[in-house]
Design a protein around this ligand. Structure first.
Ligand code: SF4
Ligand code: SF4
Length: 74
């Protein structure tokens, strides 16, 4: 399923997405991106496609096919 796409090279590890995810679906990689940050990763099994990470990220890392019902539950 291609409902979550991350532009990992843009991540600056600010942790805004991590702090606001309602499903505890976001973690940080052990690898570094080209900018030298541990980039955000999403556990597709935990993610409810609410879109909060997309809204919070200042660097346009997330492209998520949002589930309107999940968003309405917030
Ligand atoms: S879409 Fe929602 S549940 Fe999924 S990773 Fe982003 S904030 Fe977490
Ligand atoms: S909000 Fe964006 S830049 Fe910040 S940690 Fe999450 S993905 Fe990375």
């Amino acid at each position: 399923m291609e409902s979550i796409n991350l532009k990992s090279e843009r991540c600056k590890q600010c942790e805004l997405c991590f702090a606001h995810c309602p499903s505890d679906a976001i973690s940080f990689s052990n690898e570094l991106n080209k900018a030298g940050f541990n980039f955000a990763c999403v556990d597709e099994e935990k993610c409810i496609r609410c879109g909060i990470c997309y809204t919070m990220c200042p660097d346009g890392v997330y492209a998520i096919a949002i589930n309107p019902q999940a968003k309405g539950e917030q």
